[in-house]
Design a protein around this ligand. Structure first.
Ligand SMILES: *Cc1c(COP(=O)(O)O)cnc(C)c1O
Length: 355
């Protein structure tokens, strides 16, 4: 397989603007390839960013047969660019694909496509502290067919977007509301897959908690309404006595975050203990109240580490570490971003340089 590249002439290319924000404003080019049952994957291209033409009957528009990924390209101090664990993203993309009955992609080819796209649009990778180029791979079902069933044709694409530091003024702990009625995902469902419908379904609750002044929803398991799963679109960690980091074990309904996995591997090398376990929300709230839990933080590609300063459930509010960022969250953030930006050693071989 090879990628045909039709790049904009130099004079027509843009670059990362002075003002940019996550999720809006995209770089000059995109990667696309098409799939159908007869030909398999074909027509791999890097070409100027533009709108797609889709049938109004395209399956994705009706039945949400869609998956996506999220990772970042980081500008090193020497001007080069790093990707962080792109093979892990590619592997998860394929796990999501098979759960949604979509064709898998060649993982090495998908990583090569991302590298080639980022290399071509290198001028869009910001160099400001804490900034990055967000990479969004996705796949949609394009068959024009309203009959319910797995589609026969698909589009795989990658777009990129310059993203500023998640916390431009330093860490800002978020407040979290424990949803006692609505659930994100159920064992046996699609919570493990990065598929659009999960996020559409969560908007109702995130809007409701935002109206009450909270930034994120903490999701409990759907069967007993008792075990902690995730916070917003991040995994969650609880720090005991400044030393032990506990996170919910992958239950089948939790999205297996690459940041989560990286922290579980990195933290022991920094002298912390880590544990994956079933975490009962009532025990967690007791441990916050008693002070045994010294920090809570979410983790994901966007924020890396996102301290939680307040948590509320059933009308009662709990303060964590005086609503301040704690030393464990700060240390993990510094160490992991240090690896991503090439400032620290990379003992795990997580970095894939683009150039
Ligand atoms: C993407 C995502 C995460 C975090 O995954 P990372 O690979 O660390 O970015 C966690 N939870 C949900 C629901 C997600 O969609």
């Amino acid at each position: 397989m090879s990628i045909s590249i039709s790049a904009l002439p130099e004079a027509q290319r843009g670059q990362c603007p002075a003002q940019y924000s996550f999720g809006t404003g995209f770089s000059d080019h995109m990667f696309t390839q098409a799939y159908d049952v007869g030909q398999g994957w074909h027509d791999a291209q890097i070409r100027p960013f533009e709108n797609f033409s889709l049938s109004p009957a395209a399956a994705v528009l009706h039945y949400s047969q869609e998956i996506f990924e999220g990772l970042k390209a980081y500008r090193r101090r020497d001007g080069g660019i790093n990707l962080f664990r792109p093979e892990a993203n590619a592997a998860r993309f394929n796990r999501s694909a098979s759960r949604m009955v979509m064709p898998e992609v060649d993982e090495a080819f998908h990583v090569e496509a991302m590298k080639a796209l980022v290399a071509l649009d290198a001028a869009w990778v910001p160099g400001d502290d804490g900034s990055s180029l967000y990479i969004r791979p996705a796949m949609i079902a394009t068959s024009p067919k309203l009959g319910l069933g797995a589609a026969g044709s698909y589009l795989h694409f990658v777009i990129t977007n310059p993203a500023g530091p998640y916390y431009p003024e330093g860490f800002n702990p978020v407040s979290v509301y424990v949803s006692d009625e609505c659930r994100r995902a159920v064992k046996g469902g699609v919570g493990e897959a990065k598929t659009g419908g999960n996020y559409a379904a969560s908007l109702f609750v995130s809007e409701a908690v935002a109206r009450q002044g909270y930034t994120q929803v903490l999701w409990l398991d759907a069967i007993e309404g008792r075990y902690v799963e995730e916070v917003g679109a991040m995994n969650i960690c609880f720090v005991y006595d400044g030393q032990l980091i506990r996170t919910p074990e992958l239950s089948g309904s939790i999205l297996p975050g690459i940041t989560r996995d990286s922290l579980l591997k990195l933290a022991p090398t920094l002298g912390y203990e880590v544990e994956e376990a079933r975490l009962d929300i009532h025990q967690i709230l007791d441990d916050i109240a008693s002070g045994r839990i010294t920090e809570v933080f979410g983790c994901g590609t966007a924020a890396v580490v996102s301290p939680v300063g307040r948590m509320a459930m059933a009308g009662r509010e709990y303060d964590i570490n005086g609503n301040e960022t704690g030393p464990v969250a700060q240390r993990l953030f510094d160490e992991l971003t240090g690896i991503q930006y090439g400032e620290r050693e990379d003992p795990f071989g997580w970095i894939v340089p683009v150039n």
